[in-house]
Write a protein that binds this ligand. Sequence first.
Ligand code: GDP
Length: 450
Amino acid sequence: MVLNEMGQKISQALAFINNAETLDEKVLDACLKEICTALLQADVNAKLVFGLRTNVKIRANNADKGAGLNKRKIVEKAVADEVTSILDSGVDEKKLTDLKKGQPNVIMFVGLQGAGKTTTCTKYGAYYKKKGFKPALVCADTFRAGAFDQLKQNATKMGIPFFGSYSETDPAVIAQQGVEKFRAAKHDLIIVDTSGRHKQEEALFEEMRQVATNVQPSLVIFVMDGSIGQAAFDQAKAFKDAVEVGAVIMTKMDGHAKGGGALSAVAATKSPIIFIGTGEHMDEFERFEAKAFVGRLLGRGDWRGFVDKIQEVVPEEAKNEELMEIMQKGSFSMRILYEQFANIQKMGPVGQIMGMIPGLSNAGIKGKENEGGVRIKRFMCMMDSMTTKELDSINPKVWTETSRIMRIARGCGRHPLEVQELIEEYKRIRDLIVGNGKRPGMMKAMGKGG
Ligand code: GDP
């Protein structure tokens, strides 16, 4: 997706200042020009882009005054912070996504027709079903012929109960009946899909308000097509003005989405993006966290998103706890990497999650997902030639012995340089996760020891 390109361009601009001999005004201006062009090309609202430019310059100039501070690092951090802050609505995404089990969470979906609302309702329900919730779907779209059938079809496929009517014409009445029915049946996640189209915009907004009055949603989610670009700001704002939008889901982030729409929707609704849709299939749906996203954009990898994906595939809690515990103790062995690779292979389209793995992010670029999958297979084949001691060792010395590397290479029919590449990859991932003495690992950054 074009978003990746934006991230790459920003990373390149930052690399440019790192490679320059001195970081003077001219170099900084050239770097910021590149970054702003990348953001504007990605359809980010011009006002937001110029705000970013000004803020980074202020921080860089302040750094000039502070003795001993590394100006390059400050500029790098300022850019990452500023991109994050455009995406940051000030609301904690976790509060909106960590729903409480056993309580009647009523979630109302709004958005224009074609945005992907009905598809997203089901993806959302299926996501929480995997987490142990008891979801149900209510179709309150009486405007579009076939809306109920579409929802029914999706819901049936995912094994989620649904409610709708072919005869009732008042969407607010259907919504209320559906929510009451599922509340009584003790469903803890009741998803209400609303209409996205009317002859007049005002009639659509009035209908949304009536549905909201009747079902008293705990959260209203605005679903937006990620590829609409500059129109995003006005569209998102119109919805926010009509109902209490609390969160945004961007769809079609797999297609021609330039990503700028996402930034604009957050700014317009002051609500965070909590999920993104990355395809038509039910599992093409990801959690979205601004900080991790920016990290990914700038090629830093997103360990948390990776763990989240792993948890979806391997739902047995014990297994994950064990994994977390091992990582917290700092014992990230080659065997753990092997197990994670095996899990990744269960996940289907490897490219979708490759970008999340710290240290492997370049392999996650769209169109290159096969390369990522092939690389993982090759790595696993080399790991198969390792001894138990090698797989379980957390002693870095093990990986410096040439005879050992030669033996593994012979065992799997690979070049010793490829074995070395695997070892480097392992070390990089391990250092990122558990730290390496010079800097703390991600487990620590996530507040989980390390
Ligand atoms: P609604 O009118 O807002 O309810 O939209 P639908 O759920 O009917 O979706 C409109 C079209 O967008 C359908 O063809 C969906 O398969 C497609 N769609 C929805 N989400 C995504 C997504 O994340 N990626 C892609 N590529 N297509 C999507």
